[in-house]
Write a protein that binds this ligand. Structure first.
Ligand code: PMP
Length: 358
């Protein structure tokens, strides 16, 4: 490095790059679809566009930094004290803040891999160290191995349920057994970005779990089921001291006026939201069943996406999907994640999957 120019910390050059899902390729005469970012295919919920538009008129003013109305709406909806909540610029903002608030340089953060790609980015950005524990062959977290990976340097464990991109969710019994092994000073982050899509009898009850543990924090988002990915709103549910630490390191005014208004309006449209989530869950079952019938081994899918374990053929599959007007998310050398979207888009992938060698 040159001594004559400012240099970022050495870790900064080591930060892996976030690969965003590709936008759809425009092809004349063919409607294209984007199934590459686990977005919600539905238009805004009733009242959300109007609330957002009204908030736009306030653009010369800073947002309510206390976000009082949104905190109150969340507290009422989930029956938790408002001081147990912390908002952020998407739930990815919470992941950054948690690592920043709890890790000194060199401290370890344990997470499953493959999982959400922002984890190692947030960890490296904070000069902490990523400890990746391979997922089991069926895409589930290996919680025994994750507990065994905890050392004196471990400050945070990230549990992604359902796991992006492989799909399975952790059960309450698995989480309880894991928490019993985690030392009380280690923070356990349960990333519930896709919690609304989980359909299991023995699913984790995040709110009940955080309420029983001093070291558990839930992270959730308005980006997926609520369909507000473009507005960037996430929230943590945590014991008051942890929520307070998150608020302390949060970016001032990090959740815009428009985002706050839209989030409040979408909480008020819960009935239709539930209906839409139910339709996506149904579509997920139809899509995955079709793939199983066609002979694919698809892991259990508890989010709004399915995982194709394609190894080296991930790029070929993604190119073939693109050729039929659908962008999906390839993970080089590993597999392809396909979001549950419009029926027509899912059908195109089903047709392709029947023909693609597997
Ligand atoms: N956690 C997981 C597991 C995710 O897949 C995502 C989005 N891809 C996020 C968190 C972050 O979402 P957002 O920042 O939009 O809330």
């Amino acid at each position: 490095p040159s001594l004559s120019s400012p240099q970022p910390r050495p870790n900064v050059s080591e930060i892996p790059r976030y690969v965003a899902g590709k936008p759809p390729t425009v092809r004349p005469g063919l409607t294209s679809y984007k199934l590459s970012s686990n977005e919600n295919p539905y238009p805004p919920l009733p009242g959300v566009l109007e609330a957002a538009q009204a908030a736009v008129a306030q653009m010369n003013r800073y947002p309510d930094m206390g976000a009082t109305a949104l905190y109150d709406a969340l507290a009422e909806r989930f029956e938790v004290p408002a001081e147990h909540l912390s908002l952020a610029t998407g739930s990815v903002g919470l992941i950054y803040q948690l690592v920043q608030a709890f890790c000194d340089p060199g401290d370890e953060v344990v997470f499953a891999w493959r999982s959400f790609e922002a984890y190692p980015i947030a960890v490296t950005a904070a000069a902490a160290t990523s400890v990746r524990v391979p997922v089991l062959p069926d895409g589930r977290h290996d919680l025994d191995a994750m507990a065994a990976a905890i050392t004196d340097r471990t400050k945070v464990v990230l549990v992604c349920t359902p796991n992006n991109p492989t799909g399975p969710a952790v059960t309450q019994a698995e989480l309880d057994a894991f928490l019993a092994k985690v030392p009380p000073h280690v923070l356990v982050v349960v990333d519930e970005a896709y919690v609304e899509f989980v359909r299991m009898d023995d699913a984790v009850d995040g709110i009940a779990t955080y309420a029983q543990h001093d070291n558990v924090v839930l992270t959730r988002t308005f980006s997926k089921a609520y369909g507000l990915a473009g507005f960037r709103v996430g929230y943590a549910v945590a014991p008051a001291d942890i929520a307070g630490a998150l608020r302390a390191v949060s970016l001032p005014f990090g959740v815009s006026t428009v985002a706050q208004a839209a989030a409040i309006a979408s909480l008020a449209a819960e009935d239709l939201l539930v209906e839409r989530v139910e339709a996506l869950v149904g579509e997920r079952a139809r899509f995955r069943d079709g793939l199983l019938e066609a002979g694919w081994a698809i892991p259990e899918a508890q989010g709004n996406f399915v995982w194709f374990d394609l190894g080296d053929r991930a790029a070929d599959f993604a190119a073939a999907a693109d050729a039929v007007g659908v962008t999906v998310r390839p993970f080089a050398g590993e597999g392809v994640r396909v979001s549950i979207g419009e029926t027509e888009a899912n059908d195109r992938i089903l047709t392709l999957a029947r023909e693609f060698p597997h």
